[in-house]
Write a protein that binds this ligand. Structure first.
Ligand SMILES: O=C(O)CCC(=O)C(=O)O
Length: 289
């Protein structure tokens, strides 16, 4: 599968994100959707919206975490062949609802830093990137992730914890908020994504050679967006009738500096583990689907 072009990388360095990475095989998408459907029979929506973590340790989630285009893109943007997946997190917004995600930076909230301590410097590589993979189509009305272009260049920005809600419910557990000026907010770009054109007989028999609505996926790979750990991002409520399901994976250089024991579920996805003192302890590679 194709990964980032030189123009994509230049855009990422300049704006702090890339939208439309073709990240996953259709089979992996179907397996993930089936696994999530099984979770939906056991848990309530409040848990499902933000309580499903570390799916990269499960066979269906490992297929997403280790997907070659996502890993190749992460390695390129991190400037290191040695890449770990620190964690994964499902974000599901059932519409219509007022749930939203406040503006924040991942690297600041998770206290992740570069071994050389050069965050926010012009031209420096990312210390961490997040790949958000669409498991449902994410049209504008479902409240896609929004990025503030160029915000990664400012380095670590102050966050308020437990910010008061203007309205609705903040899906971030600590309600962390990085204040964004209205003129910057007005430039935010929505990560509108497609989840691989699952047939479900919506495309019509003339275009779809397969009659099996449950298993047919047309040849359009699921899409993902990828953002720098310092890019300010968030999302607005899903006021549609649709479900907006996606899973985000946090990838870092193997020599990332983190608070001690903060990432007990880290797994190497490419290259070699760091042998530096205090380096992350890694779990063995999870079983594949
Ligand atoms: O899914 C969302 O709305 C927010 C996702 C997010 O904050 C992230 O992937 O880092």
């Amino acid at each position: 599968m194709a990964t980032l072009t030189a123009a994509d990388v230049a855009h990422f360095k300049d704006e702090g994100f890339h939208c439309g990475l073709r990240s996953l095989s259709s089979a992996a998408l179907l397996a993930a959707r089936a696994a999530y459907a099984a979770l939906e029979t056991k848990h309530d929506r409040q848990f499902l919206s933000v309580g499903v973590h570390n799916t990269h340790l499960l066979p269906w989630g490992w297929a997403i975490a280790s997907s070659p285009p996502a890993v190749a893109a992460a390695a390129e943007l991190l400037g290191s062949a040695d890449v770990v997946c620190l964690g994964s997190h499902v974000f599901c917004k059932y519409g219509p609802s007022e749930e939203f995600v406040s503006w924040h930076q991942d690297a600041t909230y998770w206290r992740l830093s570069h071994p050389a301590g050069s965050e926010g410097e012009a031209g420096r590589e990312s210390v961490v990137v997040s790949v958000w993979t669409a498991l449902d189509d994410v049209p504008l009305e479902t409240g896609p992730v929004r990025m503030v272009p160029g915000s990664h260049k400012a380095g670590y920005l102050p966050h308020e914890l437990g910010a008061a809600e203007a309205q609705g419910e903040n899906l971030l557990s600590q309600r962390q908020l990085c204040p964004v000026a209205p003129e910057d907010e007005a430039t935010a770009v929505s990560m509108v994504l497609k989840a691989g054109e699952v047939c479900a007989k919506r495309c019509g028999a003339a275009q779809c050679p397969c009659d099996d609505a449950d298993r047919c996926v047309r040849a359009y790979p699921p899409q993902a967006s990828i953002h720098d750990g310092l890019t300010v991002h968030g999302s607005e409520p899903n006021r549609s009738q649709l479900r907006r399901l996606g899973v985000t994976h946090l990838y870092a250089r193997a020599d990332v500096v983190t608070p001690k024991d903060a990432w007990p579920n880290s797994v190497l996805v490419n290259g070699a583990a760091s042998s530096a003192k205090g380096a992350l302890e890694l779990l063995p590679t999870p079983a594949s689907a």
